[in-house]
Design a protein around this ligand. Structure first.
Ligand code: FPP
Length: 242
């Protein structure tokens, strides 16, 4: 079923969409290309879709770009992904003046190369007051790792008596997560036919509508996005606010 843009109910857009961009490698294989070409194509899809989501009026998008597990891939592939990331950050720093996207990185950035950490800080600072789409890019991210790091921060605050044991509840815990101040996703999209969460936003996805799509990430189009949103809106109608 092909969903067109005019079938979407713009009054009931998901506030926050999370995306597991999966299938770059299989897309490359299918087209007799290298895995790196697959990642390059995936990066273009990300650019096009974030622009479209900003235009549609989606408030937040969180994408899984590099997991804590991805370090185990061949060094050449990791280096290529880090190179793509450098280009991405550089491009967005350069065009930040004309864009209205606010970019934030989630995950443990201390493991990333120093020059990348520096670019991240610059990009976060110069887009901080943007009023368009809030784009979270998960880098060296794992849901369990995020929860452990949050617990370590709470532990430190307990030691320094900034927090009392009795004050620890869900809303306090959320303040220590990487996604602090960002509402939980309403919709998760995973491409490539895999039906798993793969350690993505484990806390935040507790009540999220899950949408799995067969297409590989580089082939995920605007119509596929509209279809995911349409699916979400039909579910919401059936179950009301629950
Ligand atoms: C999963 O495909 C995708 C990734 C591990 C990387 C996602 C990265 C991008 C889409 C582009 C880079 C993004 C930025 C922000 C620069 P896979 O390699 O696991 O595919 P496979 O399961 O088919 O092998």
């Amino acid at each position: 079923m092909k969903v067109e843009k005019n079938q979407i109910d713009f009054e009931n857009l998901p506030t926050h969409i999370a995306i597991i961009m999966d299938g770059n490698g299989r897309w490359a294989q299918k087209h007799n290309k290298t895995r790196t070409e697959g990642h390059e194509a995936g990066s273009k899809t990300l650019e096009n879709l974030t622009k479209e989501m900003d235009t549609l009026g989606i408030q937040y998008v969180t994408v899984y770009a590099f997991s804590t597990e991805n370090w185990k891939r061949p060094k050449a592939e990791v280096d290529f992904l880090m190179g793509l990331l450098r280009q991405y950050l550089k491009r967005h720093i350069r065009q930040a003046k004309r864009d209205n996207i606010k970019i934030r990185i989630i995950g443990d950035r201390s493991m990333l190369a120093k020059d990348i950490q520096k670019q991240i800080t610059v990009l976060e600072e110069i887009t901080e007051n943007k009023t368009g789409l809030g784009l979270q890019i998960a880098l060296n991210y794992g849901g369990r790792d995020e929860i452990i790091r949050s617990m370590q921060k709470i532990g430190k605050d307990l030691l320094h008596k900034k927090v009392m044991v009795e004050e620890i509840n869900e809303s306090l815990f959320e303040k220590y997560l990487d996604t602090t101040l960002i509402p939980d996703p309403d919709l998760l999209i995973r491409t490539s036919g895999e039906i798993r969460l793969s350690n993505f936003l484990l806390w935040q996805l507790a009540y999220t509508e899950l949408y799995f799509c067969e297409k590989y990430w580089p082939d995920f189009s605007m119509n596929d996005l509209y279809q995911a949103i349409y699916h979400f809106q039909q579910r919401k109608r059936r179950f009301g606010a629950l």
